[in-house]
Every structure is written in structure tokens, then in C-alpha cells.
Design a protein around this ligand. Structure first.
Ligand code: FES
Length: 148
């Protein structure tokens, strides 16, 4: 199957049942997308499909053939970080950073839908992303920094 990831076409030999997360990490070495729970509950594996945040661990790779898949590796352009990445760095959002990729991808998706979300909309929009270090106030601060 052919997958379009970060605007580049990849030919992948995988079974129809293979998760997008496994294909990204194991076949294509795009390891910025993380494995957390493997069952769609933590958000560590979040990528964008046609600009919408999805859990790649419960998404079959075959189901997104021909769609625009964006991973954390595809956000920066011309050696410049995506504004959300830069904002999160500016305010030191992360502690262990395991959730960082998923948090950034969900934020990018949220801000595409709602460029100036309220705190309530941010909380609702980020609900599926878990931070085991509990840096939620800093994540909120990072999102506000990105909105500026
Ligand atoms: Fe996919 Fe947790 S690893 S949601």
C-alpha cells in the first residue's frame, strides 16, 4: 500500500490489520509518534489525518491509504519549528516529554479547528491526551503561548 506521510509517498508492505502506529515506528522509523497504551486511551500516538487528530494505535494503516498523514516529524518547515512546538518550548511545557508528540499534534489539530479556543474548549479538545507527569497547567500555558 502507498501512504502519504509528511507530504512524501511511502510504499509499505504490511498486513491489512497492521496499525498505523506500528507502520510508522517499525517499518518507517518515524519514532516521534509514541506507543503508550495501545488501545486509544492516552493520546501518545496522535497523528493528523487530513488535519484531524487520530490515535494511530487504533487506526489501521490500510484505512488511511491516500490520505494526508502528518506526524511530529512533518510539522517543522525549512528548519523552523511549527509555532505550537516553539510555543511549548518557550514556556518549558514538558517534564519527561513522553506525551509531547501527541500533545503537540492534538494542539495543532485543535487550533486548526478553533484558532482562539476558550480554556473550556482547550480542556475538551485535549481530553484524550494523558500526561503522566501531570504538567497540565504548563500544557495550558503552552497552548496560550501558541495562540498569541
Ligand atoms: Fe494510542 Fe495510547 S498509544 S492512545
Amino acid at each position: 500500500m502507498d501512504l502519504i506521510i509528511n507530504k512524501k509517498k511511502y510504499s509499505v508492505n504490511s498486513t491489512p490489520e497492521e496499525s498505523l502506529l506500528n507502520v510508522l515506528r517499525n517499518d518507517l522509523d518515524l519514532t516521534g509518534t509514541k506507543y503508550g497504551c495501545g488501545e486509544g486511551s492516552c493520546g501518545a500516538c496522535t497523528v493528523l489525518i487530513n488535519d484531524v487528530a487520530v490515535r494511530s494505535c487504533i487506526t489501521k494503516a490500510a484505512s488511511v491509504e491516500g490520505k494526508a498523514i502528518t506526524t511530529i516529524e512533518g510539522l517543522a518547515t525549512n528548519d523552523k519549528l511549527h509555532p505550537v512546538q516553539q510555543a511549548f518550548l518557550n514556556v518549558d511545557v514538558f517534564q519527561c516529554s513522553y506525551c509531547a508528540s501527541g500533545m503537540v499534534m492534538s494542539t495543532v489539530s485543535l487550533l486548526k479547528k478553533k484558532p482562539e479556543p476558550t480554556d473550556e474548549e482547550i480542556i475538551n479538545g485535549m481530553q484524550g491526551n494523558v500526561c503522566r507527569c501531570g504538567t497540565y497547567p504548563r500544557i495550558m500555558k503552552g497552548i496560550h503561548e501558541a495562540i498569541k
